[in-house]
Ligand binder design. Structure first.
Ligand SMILES: *[C@@H]1O[C@H](CO)[C@@H](O)[C@H](O)[C@H]1NC(C)=O
Ligand SMILES: *[C@@H]1O[C@H](CO)[C@@H](O)[C@H](O)[C@H]1NC(C)=O
Ligand SMILES: *[C@@H]1O[C@H](CO)[C@@H](O)[C@H](O)[C@H]1NC(C)=O
Ligand SMILES: *[C@@H]1O[C@H](CO)[C@@H](O)[C@H](O)[C@H]1NC(C)=O
Ligand SMILES: *[C@@H]1O[C@H](CO)[C@@H](O)[C@H](O)[C@H]1NC(C)=O
Ligand SMILES: *[C@@H]1O[C@H](CO)[C@@H](O)[C@H](O)[C@H]1NC(C)=O
Ligand SMILES: *[C@@H]1O[C@H](CO)[C@@H](O)[C@H](O)[C@H]1NC(C)=O
Ligand SMILES: *[C@@H]1O[C@H](CO)[C@@H](O)[C@H](O)[C@H]1NC(C)=O
Ligand SMILES: *[C@@H]1O[C@H](CO)[C@@H](O)[C@H](O)[C@H]1NC(C)=O
Ligand SMILES: *[C@@H]1O[C@H](CO)[C@@H](O)[C@H](O)[C@H]1NC(C)=O
Ligand SMILES: CC(=O)N[C@H]1CO[C@H](CO)[C@@H](O)[C@@H]1O
Length: 385
């Protein structure tokens, strides 16, 4: 009798464990399926019809755009670049019910309305791409609770208001793309805490105030694009510490002051684009240190003085645009060292003296504009040929 009881208890126990494990995991996954269907039901009619054609079959893990982990929980919601753009809001997408989501990719749809603050519930999120939609409202500060986030892209939406102060809490972030929105206010100084930041693109917004000197602590930075805003004040000298920076775009702001001599520390720099600001002072000699430079665009500023002789060190230079400044000197003969130069634009300055024959010996030159200066003497025959 007793020998019969023990296995009976064991079997009962095993059945209980099995049933319990099975029922709890299936209830999580069915809750996730329900969450997705609830969201679908909140979207515009044509989008519902479209999603119904993508989301067929009993397991939501096999639906188009959904990826699950081994436990059947959603890790990836990726509905991007379909012929039919999704229309609707994120309001009814209950993020609390998608606790394992790693990747939310909704690029290039017609989603609108605010980014809900409950997005901060996606504690495992690494990749967030909401670019090329019609999202509006502010960036919810709860987004800064996403401690695993590596990429955030909000490119080409209608998002307004400030960049949250708490952005400095996104300690794992490497790519921030806010290009093409209506963001206003200053760039938060807390951004200096983002030591993994690789690309920072805030181009084409309405940001104002100074460039915080804390950008100089972003040692991993590869691309910095603050163009097309209303930034004022000087370029901080600390920027010279960004020895991994390859692209530096600051055009179309109201920046003033001189280009800092510390810029000579940007050893990896490939492109400088500072056009259309109010930069004054002289071009620092230290530019000669930046031997990887391919393109230097400083046109439409208030730069004076001369082109430093050290420009001749920039053997990789293809573009040198200095038009519409107040440079008053002869052209240095060292420019003849720039054998790969294709475009040289010096118009609308106060260059004087003879045009050096070295200019005519630049074999790759296809665009040369020296108009509206006060050169004297003859155009060298080397240019005419
Ligand atoms: C969307 O569907 C609802 C209910 O099926 C209907 O009342 C409404 O008119 C539809 N809207 C459009 C724009 O078709
Ligand atoms: C997420 O889904 C997209 C599109 O289906 C796919 O290309 C990508 O590899 C998936 N990512 C992961 C981490 O599963
Ligand atoms: C968006 O998707 C469409 C195809 O549906 C494509 O033609 C277009 O280039 C995409 N736009 C962007 C910005 O990716
Ligand atoms: C955004 O909304 C405007 C106005 O409703 C519309 O014209 C535009 O096509 C929409 N853009 C996208 C990407 O959905
Ligand atoms: C940001 O981090 C700091 C310190 O790590 C913490 O005190 C603060 O509450 C965080 N703020 C947010 C909004 O997460
Ligand atoms: C560059 O970094 C060093 C070390 O952190 C610091 O002492 C120096 O002040 C920084 N340079 C500038 C111009 O900020
Ligand atoms: C330019 O390079 C030289 C030699 O590498 C270095 O000593 C100097 O500090 C650099 N100048 C600037 C402004 O970084
Ligand atoms: C021009 O190039 C020569 C040979 O590479 C180099 O020695 C010289 O320093 C360069 N001149 C200037 C002004 O950069
Ligand atoms: C000049 O251009 C040629 C051909 O495009 C290229 O091979 C060479 O590396 C360039 N020189 C420098 C110093 O960049
Ligand atoms: C030359 O400069 C004058 C005065 O700044 C300006 O009015 C004129 O348009 C300029 N011409 C060209 C060809 O840039
Ligand atoms: C569990 C959890 O993190 N809940 C949060 C989800 O998001 C809302 C809105 O931000 C918060 O109020 C909850 O605390």
């Amino acid at each position: 009798m007793a020998s019969f009881l023990v296995p009976f208890k064991l079997i009962f126990f095993l059945i209980f464990v099995f049933f319990h494990a099975f029922s709890s995991s299936s209830s999580i996954t069915s809750m996730e399926a329900e969450t997705l269907l609830k969201w679908k039901a909140s979207l515009d009619n044509t989008t519902q019809t479209f999603l119904s054609s993508l989301w067929v079959g009993s397991s939501h893990c096999n639906w188009v755009g959904i990826t699950c982990n081994n436990a059947g929980s959603v890790t990836n919601l990726s509905l991007a670049e379909y012929d039919l753009r999704l229309r609707g809001t994120l309001h009814h997408l209950n993020f609390l019910s998608l606790p394992n989501l790693i990747r939310l990719h909704l690029r290039n749809n017609s989603l609108y309305g605010p980014i809900p603050s409950h997005i901060g519930n996606l504690s495992k999120l690494i990749f967030l791409d909401l670019s090329y939609n019609n999202f509006s409202g502010h960036i919810p500060s709860e987004i800064c609770l996403l401690r695993s986030l590596q990429l955030i892209s909000l490119i080409a939406n209608k998002i307004s208001g400030p960049i949250p102060q708490e952005i400095g809490n996104l300690s794992t972030i490497s790519n921030i793309y806010f290009y093409g929105n209506y963001l206003s206010g200053p760039i938060p100084a807390s951004i200096g805490r983002l030591h993994n930041l690789y690309r920072l693109d805030l181009n084409s917004n309405r940001l104002n105030g100074f460039i915080p000197k804390q950008v100089g602590t972003l040692r991993s930075l590869y691309m910095l694009d603050l163009s097309g805003n209303s930034l004022t004040g000087p370029i901080p000298a600390s920027i010279g510490n960004l020895s991994n920076l390859v692209y530096l775009f600051l055009y179309g702001n109201h920046l003033s002051g001189s280009i800092p001599n510390e810029i000579g520390g940007l050893k990896s720099l490939f492109m400088i684009q500072f056009s259309k600001n109010n930069l004054g002072g002289v071009i620092p000699n230290s530019i000669g240190n930046l031997t990887k430079l391919f393109s230097v665009m400083l046109d439409t500023n208030a730069i004076s003085g001369s082109i430093p002789r050290e420009i001749g060190m920039l053997k990789s230079l293809n573009f040198l645009l200095l038009a519409d400044n107040s440079i008053s000197s002869p052209i240095p003969t060292s420019i003849g060292n720039l054998t790969n130069l294709t475009t040289l634009s010096l118009s609308q300055n106060m260059f004087f003296g003879l045009i050096p024959k070295e200019v005519g010996m630049l074999k790759s030159l296809s665009q040369l504009d020296l108009s509206n200066n006060t050169f004297s003497g003859q155009i060298p025959t080397s240019i005419e040929t």
